[in-house]
Design a protein around this ligand. Structure first.
Ligand code: PLP
Length: 282
């Protein structure tokens, strides 16, 4: 297959970075994961906008215009003959002698991207998945889609060891987000999810879901909610680029919604499916 290294599409086996790339040494960079359905990017422009915001927020300027980057990614999809999968894309501050402070001399950022075939999680979406709770030990800029993911990795590993799909993180009494997803509860027909501030990543899937709620008269409250509200919720679900709208049917071995996906979650899954078809075709 092919990969992008800076502005060029080259053979994947030739896409190599230096041992002193700051992304490799410090996690000094940002990334995106973009869904591809029917060979077309879903919410591609939104992902690129967030990519630009993340990189701006750590002082790396994206060396491509959005249209250039979109065209490059489209070419990559085509060359790799990708129908159903993802694009992984990252930008680091570049290669420079190891030093915590940013390089004084101008260093070219390093952009890499590649594609991967990735099926939709149909079975899990139908049945729902189990989750665990874990304290959110991450830093206070979770709004940046940074390569520094150790807190997220430790949380996900805990979930994996418990045989669960996701770890729901909380700061004290307040639920923040999953290790790689946003978390929602439904109570009396109202969808509640953490406001997009510095404590969570503003999911592109979350934006789509909130827009679908708005268009379909499903009431939404974007606000902090507590562990107690989570425990008393009628329904719980998560969202992400790869998990779409995913019902959570068990938390720490306690069943949610009698262990079945709830009606609002199922409705949102249907609306999300239509949105995929709108953007990427059937
Ligand atoms: N929160 C975190 C910590 C994530 O890593 C992700 C990405 O998968 C999300 C939320 C969901 O974001 P998106 O819907 O843009 O994939």
């Amino acid at each position: 297959g092919f990969a992008i290294l800076n502005g060029n599409i080259i053979d994947r086996s030739e896409a190599k970075v230096d041992v002193e790339d700051r992304g490799y040494q410090f996690g000094d960079g940002v990334y995106e994961v973009i869904r591809v359905y029917n060979g077309k990017m879903f919410t591609g422009a939104e992902h690129l906008e967030r990519f630009g915001k993340s990189s701006d927020s750590i002082g790396i300027s994206l060396p491509y215009r959005t249209e250039e980057l979109l065209a490059l990614l489209e070419e990559l999809i085509e060359k790799n003959n990708l129908q159903l999968g993802i694009i992984y894309m990252q930008l680091t501050r570049g290669v420079s002698p190891r030093n915590h402070a940013f390089p004084i001399e101008k260093v070219a950022p390093v952009l890499t991207a590649y594609t991967k075939e990735f099926a939709r999680p149909d079975e899990s979406m139908k049945k729902g998945v189990p989750a665990i709770l874990t304290e959110d030990i991450r830093w206070l800029r979770c709004d940046i889609k940074s390569l520094n993911l150790l807190g997220n990795l430790l949380a996900k590993q805990k979930a994996a060891e418990a045989g669960c799909f996701e770890a729901i993180q909380h700061r004290g009494e307040n639920v923040t987000e999953g290790s790689s997803s946003n978390i929602y509860i439904v109570k009396n027909g109202v969808v509640i999810t953490h406001e997009s501030n510095n404590l969570i990543l503003k999911g592109i899937t979350k934006d789509v879901i909130l827009e679908l709620c708005l268009e379909n008269n499903i009431p939404v409250e974007e606000r902090t909610f507590t562990l107690e509200e989570l425990a008393n919720a009628d329904e719980v679900f998560l969202s992400s680029t790869t998990s779409e709208v995913m019902p959570i049917v068990e938390i720490d071995d306690k069943k949610v919604t009698e262990g079945q996906p709830g009606p609002v979650t199922k409705k949102l899954q249907k609306l999300f499916q239509l949105e995929i078809e709108n953007q990427c075709g059937k």
